[in-house]
Design a protein around this ligand. Sequence first.
Ligand code: NAD
Length: 313
Amino acid sequence: MTEKILIIGANGQIGTELSAELRKIFGTNNVVTSDIKAPAQAEGPYELLDVMDKENMYAIIKKHGITQVYLLAALLSATAEKNPKLGWDLNMQGLFNGLDAAKEGLIKKLYWPSSIAVFGPTTPRVNTPQYTVMEPNTIYGISKQAGERFCEYYHQKYGVDVRSLRYPGLIGYKSAPGGGTTDYAVHIYHEALKNKTYECFLKAGTVLPMMYMPDALHATIELMEAPAEKVKIRSSYNVAGVSFDPEEIAASIRKHIPEFTISYKPDFRQAIADSWPASIDDTEARNHWGWKPKYDLENMTKDMLHHLGAQTS
Ligand SMILES: NC(=O)c1ccc[n+]([C@@H]2O[C@H](COP(=O)([O-])OP(=O)(O)OC[C@H]3O[C@@H](n4cnc5c(N)ncnc54)[C@H](O)[C@@H]3O)[C@@H](O)[C@H]2O)c1
């Protein structure tokens, strides 16, 4: 049977790229994109959908004969800190609507991303293991951790085929980041090309786990395509790409733009970053379904600057 995919929150940083990738694999008409906002340009079937509107979500699933949902609509870390009530409501209710659709048999598979924000200041920061102390102190992290528990609960109690990754900060050139604490690692490339200088909202020495978007896309699709028996963790998998601090990414940019300079003006996002891991141990993802990243800092920087440079020239 042909898979029919619905992406919810498709206009965002990940959705923009994931929908293009899934359309390459499954065919344009088998991937329906949706968002609360109209897209700049629809490349295939599109629906306006508020993830909080369960009735409309179900109607769209039935209308298109959807078999899999990628649920990306959420309020990210920095934005949720500014609006905790909306952060909690959107991140939890959206997930419940997706989980219920799977529980009621409307869809076969659900993808829902978690985040490294599930960890907190009491978590071991270096090579953070899959199973460890988890005391998140941001609304975003609390909602992601609660979400993970519900994913596992729905899998165990109702047999729901839900799959999830704890994304680190994601870096890509095709779409703008949506209000996270790791957004600097995208902005820095744009500013390096435009102004040859960047003022960073995190301080030097703030090491965080990151991942280049092509790696995030292949991790996501590989997990969703893996045979169910290989997906042994139904809360969410640790996945690692690269870890670096602002000094290191600046140094990698200087290899291509020698005059590039960086300065620091930490804001409220520093406290969020300080509560997160510096690097991630993803042994389980590697062993269970064969996860392996392709990009390190140097080849990510080269690729980012190449593509962004081509966009601006
Ligand atoms: N980008 C990252 O670095 C990162 C890291 C870890 C986890 N994640 C997770 O991945 C998912 C996608 O992240 P992203 O970076 O693409 O986010 P984003 O903010 O760029 O995109 C989210 C999209 O959801 C849409 N949206 C908001 N409210 C909605 C609603 N009520 N109904 C439908 N759509 C709605 C927005 O319009 C936006 O297009 C989120 O769950 C996020 O927590 C992202």
